[in-house]
Design a protein around this ligand. Structure first.
Ligand code: AMP
Ligand code: MG
Length: 360
């Protein structure tokens, strides 16, 4: 269900680089949020569009400004561990173990929700996703607002996530109450989303719904077995059970057609040679720049997944500005944060992946 277009409104640009020096901007943001308004704020993952998570009118504004389908639930951001218990029906030991190890940080944990969380925040599900961000400005804003904040990525739904405050201006100017100017996002892809719900027999079943900078390997280190939801890497057919509604849409996508090309350096070069046309671009690993003939943008070295994560959304937006018609992206490896990068890119490509055969 698409939400209504909001009226154009005046957007404030608040300068908030340093929570100590810029407490005015943070307090102003807090005041807007307490009054039921919505503000784009920095987090270490991507910029978030924040509103009071417990106020259906505020979350309604978030859905409308983003053009986000209302069945796609929002992540609730907290500042202190004590704020978690009132939002959920139970806090299993495993959840606390993870929080102690990876909070504050880019990990979102899903548990059965309490009555405090409105259905509009949970997209009608009976669970709630919670995270404690690390970015000091984000934390300052939550504290100043005095309420948990729903904060999905501060982009128009479907477009690449915003990793700089300018991206928020491009997407949301005139649609939100304020945008907080701060640093570029350190991580660059959205948080890891892990469900810790119980099966019918009462067993806890950790399930990775969206990979991020807290990697599958890190989660397995704490929990042992973790199921990777099929939606992480595969396209779910209409009617299939979707555990994370955000994963069913074409997503993170620029206007250009995106093709993910999996293969080694030589195969990638040869594939581009055979297929490239004017107006097309390559997004390749740094070390492959010299061998690619199309205009090419590097997104980190092949093994540097953290750099790929930081760069990828900014590059997709830049290629849009250049009017790119088609983008050939050299597919990242799927280990560590690479799984998160691959997950975002395969959606940007609407699951168009060319897997080049191994030489025999
Ligand atoms: P975003 O807010 O843009 O970072 O997206 C939030 C992601 O978390 C989306 O993919 C949502 O579908 C997912 N999510 C949030 N809450 C839940 C929940 N209760 N159950 C399953 N997925 C959730
Ligand atoms: Mg998003």
């Amino acid at each position: 269900m698409e939400t209504e277009e909001p009226q154009a409104k005046q957007t404030l640009l608040l300068r908030g680089y340093d929570p100590a020096a810029d407490s005015t901007a943070i307090n102003q943001a807090g005041q807007i949020l307490r009054g039921g308004g919505i503000v784009a704020i920095p987090t270490e993952t991507v910029y978030g569009l924040a509103g009071n998570a417990l106020d259906p009118s505020a979350t309604g504004k978030i859905y409308a400004a983003k053009g986000r389908p209302s069945d796609n639930p929002l992540i609730v951001h907290i500042d202190r561990l004590e704020e978690w218990a009132p939002l959920v029906r139970e806090l299993p030991e495993e959840a606390l173990l993870l929080a102690r190890k990876y909070w504050p940080g880019p990990l979102t944990i899903i548990l059965p929700k309490s009555a405090l969380v409105p259905d509009t925040t949970s997209g009608g599900l009976d669970t709630v996703a919670v995270r404690m961000p690390q970015d000091p400005v984000a934390r300052g804003v939550i504290r100043a607002a005095g309420v948990p904040l729903a904060a999905p990525s501060a982009n128009r739904s479907g477009s690449p996530s915003p990793t700089t405050w300018r991206h928020c201006v491009d997407d949301l100017w005139g649609r939100v109450d304020a945008i907080l100017q701060s640093y570029d996002c350190r991580v660059g892809v959205e948080s890891t989303v892990l469900s810790l719900c119980r099966e019918a027999d009462g067993r806890l079943c950790p399930r990775l719904l969206r990979p991020g900078a807290v990697t599958l390997e890190m989660l397995q280190g704490v929990l042992g077995e973790v199921t990777v939801d099929r939606g992480v890497l595969e396209h779910l057919e209409d009617g299939e059970k979707v555990r994370s509604p955000g994963m069913k849409y074409r997503h993170y996508a620029p206007s250009a057609e995106v093709l993910l090309v999996a293969g080694d350096r030589e195969q990638y070069r040869a594939y581009l040679r055979e297929n490239e046309r004017p107006g097309e671009y390559a997004v390749c690993f740094e070390e492959d720049l010299p061998i690619v003939e199309l205009p090419a943008f590097p997104y980190g070295r092949r093994e540097d997944h953290a750099a790929q994560a930081r760069e990828i959304f900014r590059l997709l937006r830049e290629l849009d500005r250049l009017g790119a018609k088609k983008i050939y992206i050299h597919a990242p490896e799927k280990d560590g944060i690479g799984l998160a990068v691959y997950n975002r890119l395969v959606r940007a490509a609407a699951f168009h992946v060319v897997v080049l055969p191994e030489e025999t």
